[in-house]
Design a protein around this ligand. Structure first.
Ligand code: GDP
Ligand code: MG
Length: 273
């Protein structure tokens, strides 16, 4: 049992068939792991009944809170809104689509006192093959451009120390948020532990993580983040260290080549439909 308050942030976009089960599971598991907790559902402009289900859960349970975005703003923007509302000393986030089981927090909890970030990685990712390929390519880009060595950078099952997270300036409105959080944290010297977690197929609702809109947006966000961090590092060399400063144009070239490959795969998939 951790003697801390944990804020669990659940970004939700059209998760009417999942959100209640995810919140209820959180309410049954978290009291066994932490001394206090809250669950923050971020409804990101859902067009189904997610907003009213979330409101009902919050009305019934004092530990459940809801943030509504009147319009869909994206995964990163939803996480950022949830973090702003969080009052715990630990902030965790997890997808609200039942592809993770909050019970796996038991695997992460022992590392909490020793690390700033405990990042889950999906032991056997239950997504189509092309999603796994994108995941590996993005992992390579994140290593090349931001020096991150992650098994599964976008795994939505992570615990951060709240004081670290709340002091980061997060700008990515979409899927790149995970990379941005890790890149900005590790530049401040944050320590990361990686722990395997289970992953389940999506049984209800629609996956949007591999949609062309999300993927292309993430590419744009990657370039913007790379430029922004380079600028920040140039203004404050202490933050980065020389190694990152001198990351070569060749590495950027490899990353753009990967981006082009992903673009071609997307095109071919669209055509084959
Ligand atoms: N805030 C926000 N969350 C989203 C959006 N699209 C999906 N999500 C949520 O992000 C999580 C993962 O989404 P999903 O589509 O399953 O992505 P995948 O698991 O990578 O295929 C789920 O909790 C979704 O409800 C979006 O546009 N905005
Ligand atoms: Mg999913």
């Amino acid at each position: 049992m951790l003697d801390q308050k944990l804020s669990l942030v659940l970004p939700a976009h059209n998760e009417a068939d999942n959100i209640e089960a995810v919140v209820c599971r959180g309410m049954s598991v978290l009291p066994k792991i932490v001394s206090d907790y809250e669950i923050i559902v971020v409804d990101d402009g859902s067009s189904d009944t997610t907003p009213s289900i979330a409101d009902q859960l919050a009305a019934k349970h004092a530990n459940v809170k809801v943030v509504h975005h009147p319009e869909n703003r994206g995964y990163g923007a939803a996480l950022t809104s949830g973090f702003a509302k969080a009052s715990g000393g630990l902030i965790m986030f997890m997808d609200a689509d039942r592809q993770f089981d909050i019970a796996d927090i038991t695997a992460l909890a022992p590392y909490v006192p020793h690390y700033d970030i405990i990042a889950g990685y999906r032991i056997r990712r239950q997504d189509p093959l092309y999603r796994k390929v994108y995941g590996k390519l993005f992992g390579l880009v994140a290593w090349a451009l931001f020096g991150l060595h992650m098994h599964d950078i976008d795994c939505a099952f992570k615990i951060y120390r709240a004081d670290l997270l709340k002091n980061l300036t997060l700008t990515a409105p979409g899927a790149l948020i995970n990379t941005e959080m890790l890149a900005r944290s590790t530049r401040r010297g944050a320590t990361v532990s990686q722990v395997g977690v289970r992953h389940y197929p999506r049984l209800a609702g629609q996956s949007s993580g591999g949609s062309p809109r999300v993927v292309f947006r993430a590419m744009g966000e990657t370039v913007r983040l790379w430029l922004a961090l380079r600028k920040e590092e140039a203004a404050d060399p202490d933050v980065a260290g020389e190694q990152r400063q001198q990351r070569s144009i060749a590495v950027a070239g490899i990353s753009f080549a990967i981006a082009i490959i992903v673009g071609i795969v997307l095109r071919l998939r669209q055509r084959s439909r």
